[in-house]
Design a protein around this ligand. Structure first.
Ligand code: ZN
Length: 100
């Protein structure tokens, strides 16, 4: 059984990662912005492979349909949450002074 994060040290993971990096657009699947090819490895804007359904929640770590390109920072912020959207600032509710 593959436990959380064990998959990243496998040959199979490296192959999948290389394949996705070469064949998919360099657009972050989490925030939707382009991923700069000039970003330094492991920097916040660098390319990272994200699991759409986190492995911790039963997602297949090697399923091509379960992975997407992402910024390292977006992937880190997402962590093991299933949401595919970045955490958004929740505006306080607008106070209505009277009923219309
Ligand atoms: Zn992003």
């Amino acid at each position: 059984m593959v436990t959380t994060n064990d998959y990243v040290h496998t040959h199979r993971w490296n192959l999948l990662r290389a394949k996705i990096k070469q064949t998919r657009p360099w657009v972050c699947g989490i925030c939707g912005l382009p991923i700069p090819r000039t970003a330094l490895p492991r920097s916040r804007d660098s390319w990272s492979l994200d699991h759409i359904i986190p492995v911790a929640e039963g997602g297949d770590p090697y399923d091509e349909m379960n992975v997407q390109a992402s910024h390292l920072r977006c992937n880190s912020a997402k962590c093991a949450r299933t949401t595919t959207a970045p955490a958004k600032y929740d505006a306080p509710p607008v106070k209505v002074s009277r009923c219309w």
